[in-house]
Design a protein around this ligand. Structure first.
Ligand code: NAD
Length: 477
């Protein structure tokens, strides 16, 4: 478990940061690009969760009693600490998660952590007067919940931890973080850096497996769980949190559709489509996973996208030239390989990729574009969470909307058109928490983000995100 550290020891280096979070007797954590050992993590038990919860619970009243301005100041100082440690944090993230330093990857993710802390610190949440008619005066206040359990995935491990931690702390809660077993060191390092400025026991992390997450979500002294991960785990958390009626924010799986209208300029949108689909080598919840293109522009969009995709270098993250990395783990690689192979076997046309080198080290799967594929193909219907994009032809907009909406998930979606009003009219029919126009997947700390259907419930970011980690209380009188 991370502890507050001595801030006089200076700016961390890669080695000092790794030394602070690695345990010589712990489990090996491997670099997904090379198979080399990055570090060793101490796996904690459910009993360790109990101890961590007890410590943050004891610290919570004093944290909540601080003035909001003091917590704001500490969040800004935490952002300063991340910026001072940005390069070693990015290097550790790159080695452990696999994502390159450059492009919208490791340095970008660390930068986003600082930016989200600052934006969360700057978000106002004034008391709302709901009725004031001379007879009745009623106000809506937002009080701390207590202890928040923050359970996260491996794809954006640092950024998602900050999304959970920053609003929770701002609202006067204390937090126990449970990182993914695939990327524990990155999150432990982030928490370590935050704890160089935060008071003791306001924030701690417990690395471990499912049992650790399960204990946190059933724990009687945890009042709220912020969870980002798969829909199946989200369903398990709903069940295990039932006895204690915990508040939940669930950011779950997605399989986002993009609809390209016939009026687009294919070359102008090709790069936006590429990054919408392949950011973080496709390991992104709200990435473009199913592209529906009108038959009039299908061949031109496919050709323009293929040209862009061919030019994007993939390789080891520490090589400054790369913008795409390996898949983070073998299980994810196997899912992508199985689904692309099945698509090929069904007669779909592989435009690019689909041919990983079985003898190469690491979990590299090439950027893969698949054309002339049916909407019910498993590569379209299942969340493949990797660097493969099926491109489906459509004739009428009603048909495209029906295909986009037919799955039981609805995190994001996008509409691509030269006519913003036409795109917005289509957007209104899409069952997704966010619909982007001529872009896909961009998030902003002031814009609420959340899912529809089995992509989860609850909102993050902005004032809505602060309310989600608070208890509303009406003062009537
Ligand atoms: P996962 O559900 O396998 O694991 C997520 C976390 O839950 C891990 O820390 C894991 O140890 C923990 N966990 C596992 N079983 C648990 C249990 N029974 N109780 C409590 N915790 C438990 O997800 P993953 O493979 O790490 O992440 C990929 C998934 O996350 C994808 O489906 C992706 O779409 C989703 N995701 C969603 C968002 C979003 O904002 N909606 C963002 C990123 C990722």
């Amino acid at each position: 478990m991370s502890e507050p550290v001595d801030t006089t020891s200076g700016t961390p280096t890669y080695d000092s940061l790794l030394a602070a979070v690695t345990d010589p007797d712990g489990r090996e954590v491997l670099d997904p690009a090379t198979g080399e050992v990055v570090g060793r993590v101490a796996e904690r038990s459910a009993e360790d969760v109990d101890a961590a919860v007890a410590r943050v619970r004891a610290a919570q009243p004093a944290w909540a009693a601080r003035a909001d301005a003091e917590r704001i100041d500490l969040l800004n100082r935490a952002a300063d600490a991340i910026e001072a440690a940005a390069e070693p944090l990015a290097e550790l993230l790159s080695r452990e998660q696999g994502k390159p330093l450059n492009g919208p990857n490791a340095r970008f993710e660390v930068g986003a952590c600082a930016a989200w802390l600052r934006a969360t610190a700057a978000t106002p949440l004034p008391v709302e007067t709901v009725v004031d008619d001379g007879e009745v005066h009623a106000e809506l206040h937002y009080r701390p919940i207590g202890v928040v359990g923050a359970i996260g995935p491996w794809n954006w491990p640092m950024m998602i931890t900050i999304w959970q931690v920053a609003p929770s702390l701002r609202m006067g809660n204390t937090v126990v973080v449970k990182p993914s077993e695939y990327t524990p060191l990155s999150v432990l390092a982030l928490v370590h850096v935050l704890n160089t400025v935060l008071p003791a026991d306001v924030l701690t992390a417990v690395a471990g497996g499912r049992d650790v997450g399960a204990r946190l979500s059933a724990h009687p002294d945890v009042d709220k769980v912020m969870f980002t991960g798969s829909t199946a785990t989200g369903q398990a958390i709903i069940k295990s949190s039932a006895d204690t009626v915990k508040r939940l924010t669930l950011e779950l799986g997605g399989n986002d559709a993009g609809i390209v209208l016939p009026d687009v300029d294919p070359e102008a949108i090709a790069e936006g489509l590429f990054w919408g689909a392949f950011i973080n080598t496709g390991q992104t919840c709200a990435a473009l996973k199913r592209l529906y293109v009108h038959t009039d522009v299908y061949d031109d969009v496919v050709a323009a996208l293929t040209e862009v995709a061919k030019a994007m270098p993939m390789g080891r993250g520490l090589d400054e030239n790369n913008v795409l990395g390996p898949l983070q783990n073998r299980a994810q690689y196997d899912i992508v390989a199985r689904l692309v192979d099945a698509a090929r076997d069904s007669g779909a046309r592989i435009l690019l990729g689909g041919d990983p080198d079985p003898d190469a080290p690491g979990h590299f799967y090439p950027t893969t574009l698949v054309a002339d594929i049916d909407d019910d193909n498993p590569l379209v219907a299942e969340e493949q969470f990797g660097p493969a994009l099926p491109i489906i032809r459509y004739e009428t907009i009603d048909e495209a909307i029906a295909m986009a909406n037919r799955l039981d998930v609805g995190l994001g979606a996008s509409v691509w058109s030269s006519d913003r009003d036409a795109a917005r009219a289509v957007a209104a029919h899409l069952q997704a928490g966010t619909v982007w126009i001529n872009a896909h997947g961009g998030v902003h700390p002031m814009i609420p983000f959340g899912g529809h259907k089995k992509s989860g419930y609850g909102l993050e970011f902005g004032a809505e995100g602060l309310k989600a980690v608070a208890v509303p209380q009406v003062i009537n009188g």
